[in-house]
Design a protein around this ligand. Structure first.
Ligand code: HEC
Length: 163
């Protein structure tokens, strides 16, 4: 090997080695850890499938966003997102809300009737129970709870959240 070639190889080795060391440094020293998605469900996968079918049959996602899917832009209703909602309210509350002939008597609306939460009182009880159970299983990790409350408050009231 000639001198010049050795030199080039050395430079390449330095660049490659340096990059590897730098990556290693970031892996071990980077403090901004990726915390992943904050939303999850505590429900078993097969039961969740059944519940998701009810959510889709009843067009909940025309107005609400859930699991990354945004609410339908055709309707564009500023309803609170359902991800993490089970960390804010419980199953009993969801059941009563879905069963109420007048959901706005439980949770007031700032929207016109056609955009506000419809009554699901006429659905079979088993379906209301299943959906309530599912909503209660939709949790948010603690580190994102305040953000979730803030978003919910702002959707419900149209005001800026001040804790
Ligand atoms: C026509 C639009 C629309 C549809 C369809 C709809 N919602 Fe709603 N929902 C809303 C709005 C808007 C609110 C906020 C309260 C209000 O304005 O009436 C709300 C509130 C809620 C809340 C309370 C949220 C909170 O902040 O505590 C839950 C839970 C909920 N809806 C679940 C559902 C489920 C489950 C379905 C399907 C079975 C559904 N919604 C279908 C518009 C809708």
């Amino acid at each position: 090997m000639r001198r010049g070639e050795k030199g080039i190889l050395l430079v390449i080795a330095l660049i490659v080695g340096g990059t590897m060391l730098k990556n290693l440094w970031f892996v071990t020293h980077d403090k901004t850890v990726d915390r992943g998605l904050p939303f999850y469900s505590t429900m078993q996968k097969d039961e969740e499938k059944k519940a998701m079918r009810l959510i889709s049959d009843n067009q909940c996602r025309d107005c609400h966003s859930l699991w990354g899917g945004e609410a339908s832009f055709m309707r564009n209703v500023p309803a609170p997102r359902l991800d993490g909602i089970g960390s804010i309210r419980d199953e009993e509350w969801f059941y009563n809300y879905l069963s109420s002939k007048d959901p706005q008597s439980i949770l007031p609306s700032r929207l016109k009737k056609e955009f506000s939460m419809p009554s699901y009182a006429s659905l079979p009880e088993a379906e209301r129970r299943e959906m309530a159970k599912y909503l209660a299983s939709l949790k948010v990790k603690d580190w994102y709870l305040t953000e979730t409350r803030k978003a919910e408050y702002e959707k419900l009231t149209g005001n800026t959240y001040k804790p």
